[in-house]
Design a protein around this ligand. Sequence first.
Ligand code: 1HN
Length: 379
Amino acid sequence: MYDPRDEQLGRARVKDTPELKAYYGELARYNAIGLWQVANTIEPWEPTPRSVPVIWKYREMRPLVLRAAELVSPEEAARRVVALINPGNRDTSACVGNLYTGIQIMLPGEAATAHRHASSALRFIMEGEGAYTVVDGEKMTLHARDLVLTPNGTWHDHGNEGTSGPTIWQDGLDIPLVNVLEANYFELYADGRQTPSRPVDASYAEYGGTALLPATERWTKPYSPLLKYPWEPTYEALQRLAQRSAGSPYDGILMEYVNPRTGGPIMATMGASIQLLRPGEHTRAHRHIGNIVYQCAKGRGYSIIGGQRFDWEEKDIFVVPTWYWHEHANLSDTEDAVLFSFNDLPTMKALALYREEAYVDNGGYQPVEARELAGVGAV
Ligand code: 1HN
């Protein structure tokens, strides 16, 4: 793409001539190019995400997810998931950057077989009762708004033992990242499904205490020993902090799900957060390196992402691509709004790529572009 800054000394400015064209042809025979042919593209002036902001309204997606359960069995599909694809990332199946997300449905009596892979996964439960996930022999019961981890290399299978209806959850994975790094593998569990070898919800019993850890255990794996972060204590912690703290000007009351052993992110490649916007709160805009996938856990509001307004309500999923200006607003004057999110910040920080900037113009708020559609038909 033409950028007037590329006219400067120090940028590649070679004009095509017949001799150069012939020379490029000759280089190509030796699997080579002139660097100046691509230099300005591979050294962008600033991050140029291929992903665009998108919202998936649960009101629209839920009937499609229910339809998947009529059309395809978990046996046929292996994982019956409606994957949410960013129009800029169709080739990698990413929802934003190198993150993947999808909506998985499990009907009463159904189960999906155990497997493992190099990519890490998390799940944020959207609705339903009676489903479970088994991760490395630990069976976890799933309830609305629980966060459950399936770290890199752990065996995992799911099922629904309830009788009341489907359980639906959001899956989040780093699969596009692991694939771009060409580090993925996939293995099927020999016995189809795992026989639990630990008590139900054991990791929460051991590691879910408030600032208490088992004294005799030494956890050495590179991910959180706590595999389930139930909703009730999470929401209580958020509300307690909201009563005491002014919060962040860009994020309101923001709390990170952490590995209780290290205080660091839950997994090596992905982090997760929960944030509360108080009634009427409208945060200031900022931008940073790192992609974020949000699910509205409670309330209603809107986010302005790259100058576009996206209105959200419970269970809507939306994405903020890296380096996009973003700000959030709670539309209610009486109720809290809560956003769950997961991100690739641990990857960006581990690679020393993280940086952030505040939006300074216009009092810290982006001007909003007029537009008719927020997400509908955007893919
Ligand atoms: C996977 O293993 C699950 O285990 C869900 O439920 C979604 C998307 C891509 C690759 C692996 C699961 C997935 C996935």
